[in-house]
Design a protein around this ligand. Structure first.
Ligand code: S3P
Length: 172
């Protein structure tokens, strides 16, 4: 694939596979892969504990800063963003200059993947109900930011990477 100079950024709801697919996509394209949640944890420790100590607003502010820093990387990379990153208007604006891929999934797939939700504080005690509510709140933002929407699919990680690579070829 003729590589665009822009970063490729994966967005989408919790459980959509942004980290695993992002890592496989980066390997396929020979680019670095950066996961904003991992970066956050390396800098601040566990997200769940950060929410307890500092609250969601502080988390969002720090997440926004980290996303801005990583989008600015000198080498075009594949970035996997935390599911709530698109809540930031500044991040949405920055995403206009990137190649953005939304990974979608169904509530049924989410229910299978989220487990007890304990590592994701926004899911609270009833992960599937919260996931559905949060998805409804954010779906329009994901779609507004995305150049490519990858529909919910079963299939292997490699097949999802194939789908993304073909879709990216078509849009740039
Ligand atoms: C969140 C998603 C999580 C993580 C944090 C908040 C959200 O990332 O950033 O727990 O608000 O959707 P994943 O989408 O990688 O699970």
């Amino acid at each position: 694939m003729q590589e665009p100079a822009r970063n490729i950024v994966l967005i989408g709801p919790m459980g959509s596979g942004k980290s695993t697919v992002g890592s496989a996509l980066a390997r396929r394209l020979g680019r670095p892969h950066v996961d904003t949640d991992h970066f956050f944890v390396a800098r601040h420790g566990s997200i769940a504990e950060y929410f307890i100590t500092h609250g969601e607003e502080a988390f969002r502010a720090e997440e926004e800063k980290i996303v801005a820093e990583l989008l600015d990387s000198p080498r075009p990379s594949v970035l996997s963003l935390g599911g709530g990153s698109v809540l930031s208007a500044r991040t949405r604006e920055a995403l206009r200059r990137q190649l953005v891929v939304m990974l979608d999934l169904t509530a049924q797939q989410a229910a299978q993947r989220l487990g007890d939700g304990s590592t994701r504080p926004v899911l609270g005690d009833d992960p599937v109900t919260s996931w559905r509510r949060i998805y409804a709140e954010r779906e329009a933002l994901y779609r507004e930011c995305a150049d490519v929407v990858v529909p919910p699919a079963e299939g292997t990680i490699d097949e999802r990477v194939d789908t993304i690579v073909s879709a990216l070829r078509a849009v740039h």
